[in-house]
Design a protein around this ligand. Structure first.
Ligand code: AGP
Length: 368
C-alpha cells in the first residue's frame, strides 16, 4: 500500500534509500569494550575457527553475488581459501567437505529451497554451516549450526537491494572475525577495518544523493538492445549484479563479465553505440580496467565508468563517469552497486515495467 511505501513510488526505491541505515544496523554492537569483534550468535569457539581450512559459500542470485564479493575479503583478511558456488549446483555435487570446512549459506529470506538443500548437503558431510539471513527463525537458520543476521528489515521488492549490501557488510564482519580468531590481523588492524566499514553508511548517503545524473544515464540505457557490464577483482560480482538487476526489472538483455575475458569472446558483441558499464574504482587492477575500457571504446562502445572521486584519468576514456568516494579497495562493492541499482530502477520505470513485481519472478524461490 501507499502508506507502506512511505511516499516512495515503489518499494525498490524505498529499499535502495534504506541501505545506509540497514548497514549501520547490521554493524551495530559487534564489538566488546576492548574493540574486539564478538559474534556471539555464531556460537563457534576459537579453536573451531582456527582449525578451519576451507570455506564454501553457497547461495542463489543476488545472494550468490554477495558471496563472490566476500571471497576477496575472507581470503585477504582471514587467509582461508574460499569457493563460491550456486546452491543448485552444489547440492548435486560431491564437494570435498570435512569437519574443518565452513560452509556459509547466504539467503535473505532463509526460505530458498536450493540454498536450504545445499546447507543440508554440507551438514550431512559434517561440515559446519553458518547461515547469513535477514529473517529471524527462517528455515535456513534452523538448518544451520550458527547464524549471522543481516538487519535490513523486510525487503518487499523482488529485486534485492538492501539485502545485498547488508550481506556484504555482515560477511565483512565475519571475515574480520575469522582474521581476529585466526590471528591473521593484529587487533588494531581489525579495529581499523571495522571502523572503515562503519564509515560506509555516510558515504552511501553521498552516493545516493547524486541520483539525478543517473536518471539521465538510464534513458540512454533504456533505449539499448543490449547492455554489457565489466569489472575485475571484486568489481566482477558488481558487474554480474548490475546486469542481473537490470535484466530482472527492465527485461533488457544484460550480461556481466570479468573485463579480462573480453577478448575471449564477449567483445564480439560490441558495436557502435552499445552501452558498456565498467567498474573502474581505484585499486590494484585499475589500470587493467582502464585498458579494457579503451578496447571497447575503440570498437564504438558508449562507456559509463563507475570510478573513484578525483580520478580524472578515467574521464579521458569513458563517455560518462559516475563517482563514488574513496574507500579501502575491499569495500568498494557496497558503494559501486548503488548507481547500478539506480540505473536499473530508472530504466525499468522509463520502460513502464512493474518494478516491484517483475514478470515470471517470485520474491522467494521455494521450489526447485
Ligand atoms: C535478486 O534481485 C533476486 N530476485 C534473486 O536473485 C534472489 O537474490 C535469490 O532468489 C536469492 O534469494 P534469497 O537470498 O532469499 O535466498
Amino acid at each position: 500500500t501507499a502508506a507502506e511505501k512511505q511516499g516512495y513510488p515503489h518499494f525498490m526505491l524505498k529499499e535502495i534509500h534504506e541501505q545506509p541505515q540497514a548497514i549501520a544496523d547490521t554493524l551495530l554492537a559487534r564489538t566488546d569494550p576492548d574493540g574486539r569483534i564478538v559474534l556471539d550468535e555464531l556460537r563457534f569457539d576459537g579453536a573451531d575457527l582456527r582449525s578451519a581450512d576451507k570455506v564454501y559459500v553457497v547461495a542463489c542470485g543476488t545472494s550468490y553475488h554477495a558471496g563472490l564479493v566476500a571471497k576477496h575479503a575472507i581470503e585477504h583478511w582471514a587467509g582461508i581459501g574460499v569457493e563460491v558456488e550456486i546452491a543448485s549446483e552444489f547440492r548435486y555435487r560431491d564437494p570435498i567437505l570435512t569437519p574443518h570446512t565452513i560452509v556459509v549459506a547466504i539467503s535473505q529470506s532463509g526460505e530458498t529451497t536450493d540454498t536450504i538443500a545445499a546447507a543440508a548437503h554440507a551438514r550431512d558431510q559434517r561440515a559446519r554451516v553458518v547461515a547469513i539471513s535477514n529473517v529471524v527463525g527462517s528455515t535456513l537458520t534452523r538448518e544451520a549450526d550458527a547464524v549471522l543476521y543481516t538487519r535490513a528489515g523486510p525487503e518487499i521488492a523482488v529485486a534485492s537491494t538492501k539485502a545485498f549490501t547488508t550481506q556484504i557488510a555482515a560477511l565483512g564482519v565475519l571475515a574480520l572475525f575469522l582474521a581476529q580468531e585466526r590471528r591473521k590481523l593484529f587487533p588494531e588492524e581489525c579495529r581499523d577495518q571495522l571502523a572503515r566499514l562503519e564509515q560506509l553508511p555516510e558515504l552511501m548517503e553521498q552516493v545516493l544523493e547524486a541520483d539525478g545524473h543517473l536518471a539521465e544515464l538510464a534513458e540512454r540505457i533504456a533505449r539499448a538492445d543490449y547492455v554489457m557490464f565489466i569489472g575485475r577483482h571484486n568489481g566482477v560480482p558488481i558487474a554480474l549484479e548490475g546486469a542481473l538487476k537490470l535484466k530482472e526489472i527492465s527485461y533488457l538483455h544484460a550480461e556481466g563479465f570479468p573485463a579480462g575475458e573480453m577478448k575471449h569472446g564477449p567483445i564480439a558483441l560490441i558495436d557502435s553505440g552499445g552501452p558498456v558499464i565498467a567498474i573502474a574504482t581505484r585499486g590494484h587492477v585499475h589500470s587493467k580496467v582502464v585498458s579494457n575500457i579503451q578496447e571497447v571504446k575503440a570498437r564504438g562502445a558508449e562507456v559509463t565508468a563507475i570510478a573513484t572521486e578525483g580520478d580524472t584519468a578515467v574521464k579521458e576514456h569513458a563517455d560518462h563517469v559516475v563517482y563514488v568516494p574513496e574507500v579501502h579497495e575491499l569495500l568498494y562493492p557496497i558503494l559501486t552497486v548503488l548507481p547500478l541499482q539506480a540505473i536499473a530502477y530508472h530504466a525499468a520505470v522509463l520502460l513502464g515495467r512493474d518494478v516491484d513485481q517483475p514478470r515470471n519472478l517470485a520474491k522467494t524461490v521455494t521450489v526447485e
